[in-house]
Design a protein around this ligand. Structure first.
Ligand SMILES: [Fe+2]
Length: 245
């Protein structure tokens, strides 16, 4: 991490706009069982935004190695599964590109299994797939990952609970208040209407901002299908945050 005087640092601080109601996950959403154990029981206190919230230290290229964006080339062999390309732009609340910002992803393998000791799903671990990658956006705010399509997996939130295929994203943006952890879904996934992590976002348009679109332009012939997922860090068009279990 480094302290970087951002070229976007305003001479006078301008607060980020507040979310529109219903465009972020509900704090207490009974179908998503664990929200009831951790949701706030008191009204939130709105903290004033000062220079330290609107600017600050950021992660960047110093932390990223060449090839970190390609999750299919991190081991001796290739992972099992359908290769995909995931691209998109990172934008601020005014629709401006956010350049040189760290984007990190993590995901299950093609069988729906994470190589983590707490993942006890009875599905095979792929020795050629760790499921984590990172990159930085370019001058136009674009990022690109090569990976495999993640599998769906059961998660025991309720009877017969299955997560839709998804890729976790973490972004930092220009300051800590723009930090975002969210999930990208795939178009047409039949599990989406049954997933409380998805349905806990009341506003339909906001919810659907979590669904990537098939992208012919980034599809590589005979190699990988492309999906586009644009991410907005703050404001009315903000990508909804992930509701952590
Ligand atoms: Fe997951």
């Amino acid at each position: 991490m480094r302290n970087r005087p951002s070229s976007r640092t305003p001479s006078k601080t301008t607060a980020y706009r507040r979310f529109h109601p219903g465009t972020q996950p509900a704090y207490n959403y009974p179908p998503y069982a664990s929200t009831q154990k951790r949701c706030p029981t008191q009204p939130l206190v709105i903290a004033p935004q000062t220079l330290s919230e609107i600017t600050g230290p950021v992660f960047g290229w110093d932390d990223v190695k060449p090839g970190d964006h390609d999750l299919t080339r991190q081991h001796r062999g290739e992972p099992i599964g359908e290769r995909i390309v995931v691209t998109g732009r990172v934008l601020d609340e005014n629709g401006r590109a956010v350049p040189n910002t760290l984007v990190e992803v993590w995901q299950a393998n093609a069988a729906g299994r994470y190589p983590h000791r707490t993942d006890q799903h009875n599905a095979p671990i792929d020795p050629n797939f760790s499921g984590a990658g990172r990159t930085c956006t370019d001058a136009e705010g674009r990022y690109r990952f090569v990976t495999i399509r993640p599998g769906e997996y059961p998660w025991r939130n309720h009877y017969n609970a299955w997560r839709p295929a998804h890729i976790h994203f973490s972004l930092f943006g220009q300051a800590f208040l723009t930090r975002m952890v969210t999930q990208m879904y795939f178009p047409g996934d039949p599990l989406l209407p049954y997933d409380p992590m998805f349905t806990c976002i009341e506003n339909e348009a906001a919810r659907n901002r979590l669904v990537s679109v098939f992208d012919w332009e980034s599809t590589i012939p005979e190699q990988a299908l492309g999906y586009r997922f644009d991410i907005v860090l703050r404001g009315a068009e903000e990508t909804p945050l992930e509701k952590m279990p």
